[in-house]
Write a protein that binds this ligand. Structure first.
Ligand code: UTP
Length: 291
């Protein structure tokens, strides 16, 4: 594990209503739905820890108590498993890596958008650069997506966004950048537009759910006006930030699954099952049988 002193805190916004997963998300937060045997949220938490993060700030809502329960120690269950000789399972209940992390929970009282969610973390960030991980985006890559961004942050000390090319028909769903000078795999961002029409889009390069942000962003989150849906968009604050600071991006290496949609969630489940040596052959046979 890499211990980067530069970025120690990560914000994970999980306060959204998860309407695309109703009725499943009525009592179980969308972020707690499992991909195979692990809640979606845990993949993002593990990515943050692998990248050297020491404090995780969940922006949550009071309905989502299971998130806190999941990341707290469960001594009772651990003891029962150890007493019955299941030490490997005990480690799954209270992973050693979690014991080194400070978890914070801040409530976002109203779901006023991603930008508003991140703004709730301002006090805990204490004017330091920080990471943002959107758990909906599950990355599978040799080097974690956040670590790829950290490489650029170390060189530039500027905010860095994860980027990927998207199909024309999907452009209207994302924040889309206007690329400037490119140095190897680092792209200087000249402009950014939230959910443009295909005709007005400055490129086919969209922002995905990993960011490293300088704390200057809070000033611009505060001055960003709500959109027509009453949401404060992070993309709009980054657009303001671009007027005073350089911002970079990287088209990440690896695969991303958009688990905020049903299609992406099922895709991730199948893809990860096919990467799991204990499941691979059975799942391949099941798929063959279906067709
Ligand atoms: P999404 O818009 O994809 O999630 O936000 P959602 O609103 O929960 O889902 P749908 O569209 O209704 O199905 C991306 C991330 O930002 C968080 C969400 O929890 C999700 O992890 N979020 C979104 C907040 O924390 N607060 C908000 O006000 C909005």
């Amino acid at each position: 594990m890499r211990d980067l002193k530069l970025i120690k805190k990560a914000v994970l916004p999980v306060a959204g209503l998860g309407t695309r997963f109703l009725p499943a998300s009525k009592a179980v937060p969308k972020e707690m739905l499992p991909i195979i045997d692990k809640p979606l949220l845990q993949y993002a938490v593990e990515e943050a820890i692998e990248s050297g993060i020491k404090e995780i700030i969940f922006i949550t809502n009071p309905e989502k108590i299971s998130i806190k329960k999941h990341f707290e120690n469960n001594h009772g269950m651990e003891t029962k498993l150890i007493n019955s000789g299941k030490t490997d399972l005990a480690q799954k209940v209270n992973p050693y890596q979690f014991s080194k992390i400070k978890f914070h929970y801040i409530n976002q009282d109203e779901q006023n958008g991603l930008g508003h969610a991140i703004l709730q973390a301002e006090r805990l960030i204490e004017n330091q650069p920080f990471a943002v991980l959107l758990p909906d985006d599950l990355f599978h890559s040799k080097k974690s997506c956040l670590n790829q961004l950290l490489d650029i942050y170390i060189k530039t000390k500027a905010s860095v966004l994860a980027l990927n090319k998207v199909d024309e028909i999907d452009i209207h769903k994302y924040g889309v950048i206007k690329p400037g000078a490119t140095d190897g795999n680092t792209i200087k961002i000249d402009d950014i537009v939230e959910k443009p029409n295909f005709e007005n889009a400055p490129s086919d390069i969209a922002v995905s759910g990993r960011y490293i942000l300088n704390p200057t962003i809070f000033k611009y989150l505060k001055s960003t006006k709500s959109d027509l849906n009453g949401e404060i968009q992070l993309t709009d604050a980054i657009k303001l930030l671009l007027e005073v600071e350089e911002v970079y991006g990287k088209v990440y290496e690896g695969q991303k699954f958009d688990c905020g949609s049903k299609k992406g969630f099922v895709h991730a489940t199948i893809a990860l099952a096919l990467k799991d040596e204990t499941l691979k052959e059975d799942i391949k046979n099941i798929i063959k049988d279906i067709f």
